[in-house]
Design a protein around this ligand. Structure first.
Ligand code: NAP
Length: 308
């Protein structure tokens, strides 16, 4: 079965939703395909206070929920639980395959964002859902008044540690270096918080526990000594990876798999654009994803109008 549109957007985070809003306002027939529910990685953020227009902050689910509402009001067709599995390109048309269906379009915006990297230590995979998690906003409530560990030293680790500190009894932030990577404002908040303890220069070795997480084993980078930290939950934030393999040879990627575009967000295939975190870029924020979505949409609109 084939469904024909002028534009297909793959991914329903802030970049994809913004692109959808712009394309619908431009009168381009568009479908948005989202592998889960719309919102993207922002859904995992409890409190966003660097997105302009919200002086008291806003939750990721409310912000992206409003974006989706705006897009739907404009008539954007949003298909949730529709994971793109492949994109073909023949005779100037793209075919995006989703399960048993495929969607034909003149242009495509790849806005798939990223997924959490696994650390790959013993116990991590076997204890997922039994104390190991990659989403504090989703699973934090299971750790009320318990001790938890957050692994990582970037923005995700620190902002999620702050979220967990509202629920858990104690939050240990375990980072492999002596210096955190996260932005200063998050570092300042974490160091002021009396429920958060920084454990720097510690490398996670394994998660211990039978049916549930009981502790995390750590190696000290200075002494090489091993220690065990008793916790009921371990949240990993050790980086993000884009899932772009299904684009085949249609787009160039860097070594980490991020899509390489020009300044108009074009890839090497005419009509295929990339927007948001999935793109090679220097700043991954909701504000830059929104900017990308708008820019990709305007350039896709021009492309479609030339072909009409
Ligand atoms: P990230 O910036 O790549 O940080 C990953 C962290 O995991 C780093 O501290 C890294 O340590 C650590 N790590 C990586 N591999 C490891 C390993 N094998 N063992 C132990 N630790 C390991 O990822 P992120 O924090 O998810 O952020 C991704 C992007 O989203 C960034 O651009 C960030 O700015 C953005 N973001 C922004 C916000 C916000 O503005 N509030 C919130 C979330 C994310 P090293 O530092 O030693 O490399």
């Amino acid at each position: 079965m084939s469904n024909a549109y002028e534009a297909a957007i793959i991914g329903g985070g802030p970049a994809g939703l913004t692109a959808g809003i712009y394309l619908m306002r431009a009168g381009i027939e568009t479908i948005l395909l989202e592998k889960q529910i719309v919102g993207g990685a922002a859904l995992n953020t409890e409190h966003i206070d660097n997105y302009p227009g919200f002086p008291d902050g806003i939750s990721g689910s409310e912000l992206t929920g409003r974006m989706a509402e705006q897009a739907r009001k404009l008539g954007l067709v949003i298909k949730e639980f529709s994971r793109a599995e492949g994109v073909g390109y023949t005779d100037g048309f793209f075919e995006t395959g989703v399960d048993k269906e495929s969607y034909r379009s003149v242009g495509v915006i790849a806005a798939m964002g990223t997924e959490a990297l696994k650390l790959g230590i013993p116990g991590e995979e076997t204890l997922v859902g039994r104390g190991v998690s990659y989403c504090a906003t989703c699973d934090g409530m299971f750790f009320r008044n318990l001790d938890v560990a957050v692994v990582g030293g970037g923005d995700s680790a620190l902002s999620e540690a702050l979220t967990l500190a509202n629920i858990a009894a104690k939050v240990y932030v375990i980072h492999r270096r002596d210096q955190l990577r996260a932005q200063q404002i998050l570092q300042a908040r974490v160091s002021r918080h009396d429920k958060i303890e920084l454990m720097l220069g510690k490398v996670p070795l394994r998660i211990n526990g039978g049916n549930e997480v009981e502790s995390i084993a750590l190696r000290d980078t200075k002494t090489d000594g091993e220690s065990e930290l008793k916790v009921s939950g371990v949240f990993f934030y050790v980086g993000l990876r884009p899932e772009t393999g299904f684009l085949g040879n249609l787009a160039d990627r860097d070594d980490a798999g991020f899509i390489v575009t020009d300044e108009n967000l074009r890839t090497k295939t005419p009509g295929l654009f990339a927007a948001g975190d999935v793109r090679r870029k220097s700043l991954r924020q909701i504000s830059t994803a929104v900017g990308d979505g708008a820019l990709a949409a305007v350039n896709l609109e021009k492309f479609v109008l030339e072909k009409r």
